[in-house]
Design a protein around this ligand. Sequence first.
Ligand code: NAP
Length: 318
Amino acid sequence: MKAIRIHQFGGTDVLKLEDVPEPVAKQGELLIRVRAVGVNPVDTYVRAGTYAVKPELPYIPGGELAGEVVGGPRAGQRVFAVGTVGARQTGACAEFAVVREETAYPLPDHLTFAQGAAIPIAFGSAWRALFDRGHLQAAQTVLIHGASGGVGSAAVQIAAAHGAIVIGTASSDVGQKLVRDLGAAHVFNHKDATYRDQIRSATGGKGVDLIIEMLANVNLDHDLDLLAPSGTVVIVGSRGRIEIDPRRTMAKETSITGMMLWSGGEAGLKRVYAGITALLARKALTPIVGSEIPLAEVARAHEEVMQDGSQGKVVLIV
Ligand code: NAP
């Protein structure tokens, strides 16, 4: 089969289209004919060799997909799946991939494979950040800081469907329009020098109950000023270090916490995806695909996912 393989960590030139043997599903696993692969910022950190977890080389990148089950009782079923069998180096950027059976969820008929590949990491992370870590309740105000990207566009929809008042940020006009269309009550530009004042006045000076933060190394210190009393910042993304003033947490008794999708554990993730699939089936959520790129042009996808002006997910078509 055709697959993208990485033989050494580095720039996008290490992504090679090669002929490799088809993977074989073992007990408890499913072989998937891959139709689409979600591209995530973490794919670029792993490729560059800067991520804490380094796969054994060579490896096939890609941690989420949509496709059809090959063989067995679920043969032909359209699914989306999170987490390929990485230990055996069978990632999603290939014509076939192997996933653990319990991580493959039915893809509703009204969604395309590209939309399916945009679900697992973005919606799973958004759900865990909002509910497991952020304990969001209806009528609370939530700032999705970086609302135009994969996780952000999912978080806006989930929070709005839950009855929260959503404030989103995005840097481009198209990104801001997307966030508004997805249900945010207010949208601001995180590159505008006055956007924090605008958020404060949108909340009548009270601040926000919850912040879902996509770039903590830039925003965390200011986030502490934007929180309402007893508010929480959930760190989803961070690309470096930052100095904060801990005193800012004291008078308002605010909290900073982190979220990592995989730390939800098997039972936790089962619950998360049960919630997501129920809302997808009722068409209450829509996975947003900003660009569809052929598998052979994976280098372009790795560049695009790290650029400003996000509009949902970058997806590879197999
Ligand atoms: P993405 O699709 O590339 O989106 C990035 C988002 O960050 C965009 O909305 C972008 O807005 C926004 N952004 C850029 N500069 C910003 C700033 N100064 N302040 C606030 N937001 C800013 O990436 P993603 O898939 O949504 O992932 C977002 C982050 O979460 C990444 O760092 C990723 O590695 C991380 N992540 C973590 C987990 C986890 O388990 N913890 C899971 C998934 C993702 P514009 O493009 O409009 O400027």
